[in-house]
Design a protein around this ligand. Sequence first.
Ligand code: V47
Ligand code: ZN
Length: 355
Amino acid sequence: MTDQAAVRDALAPRDLHAFIAGLPKAELHVHHVGSASPRIVSELAARHPDSKVPTDPEALADYFTFTDFAHFIEVYLSVVDLIRTPEDVRLLTYEVARDLARQQVRYAELTITPFSSTRRGIEERAFMDAIEDARKAAETEFGTILRWCFDIPGEAGLVSAEETVRLATDDAVRPEGLVSFGLGGPEIGVPRPQFKPYFDRAIAAGLRSVPHAGETTGPETVWDALTYLRAERIGHGTTSARDPKLLAHLAEHRIPLEVCPTSNIATRAVRTLDEHPVKEFVKAGVLVTINSDDPPMFGTDLNNEYAAAARLLDLDERGVADLAKNAVEASFLDEPGKTRIKSEIDTYTTTWLAL
Ligand SMILES: Nc1ncnc2c1ncn2[C@@H]1O[C@H](CCC(=O)c2cccc(C(=O)O)c2)[C@@H](O)[C@H]1O
Ligand SMILES: [Zn+2]
């Protein structure tokens, strides 16, 4: 071992957490408002004293403890209420990009719910300018590429679907960084087929379909997302593990699952991490990507999600690097960009293992 390696060994922990921290990554399932750090949320809460969101980061940690999925949505919307001006939007987006860059995220598809902001009075062009301004600044200053997914807040119904697809397809409004179209919010009482016309319009406009499904309802919701919404990836897809035919279909057609382990525990979709079905997904040959969903709300970050997946799947450095390459491959980044990041992952891993 060279002197340099000996010194490096003595200084840095060689455990998997250290490897993950430096590993170039891509994140495909992470929400804009859901990524507001405690510092940002408390700063915004201080600007709006009428809000019930705590300003003190300690109290915020308790506030972000959920009894069930409906409670999570209620808390989520109270944070949405803090985003009131285009300046709030730009600050939030830029800071989310900084947090992603700190975790060596080279590329992220950030899910934004524009309906929730325009209906709260933020003018649509100003909203789009704010996110685009932050996206360009992030790429220049952090080297992190951001793309947008616009999603329908399903519980808000077809009015929100119409507004979301208009904002996503009207050339006078849609932002340059928009690549995909999604469907979020509660699944219970929100059947997927009703959104087919809106997804058809989004897909016809060149957007990729990535709805949430199988997070809080059964595998039939995942089938519906595939059949009616022509999903190219599935947000969560947790209950797919209950249907071997669905697992076989996802594997055969290379339809990736955007797995968010800690999210599923925090929203009580899955009881404990050890009971998470990600092992079943891998055993069935399904393409698994690891994501953080709403990291500060769930007391996690992307690196922690990779560490959780490594433990559940008993992975070494090469196994973790493969997970990272899965996400790059499943992304909607152009081929040269994918090749570049995958090559960076390979170089990083080879260098790490050689030390
Ligand atoms: N794990 C998650 N699973 C699912 N969704 C998640 C997850 N994390 C974050 N979201 C986001 O929560 C939003 C929910 C917004 C919503 O339900 C709603 C209902 C009624 C009115 C309004 C409004 O704005 O007026 C909004 C979704 O759009 C989605 O982007
Ligand atoms: Zn989500």
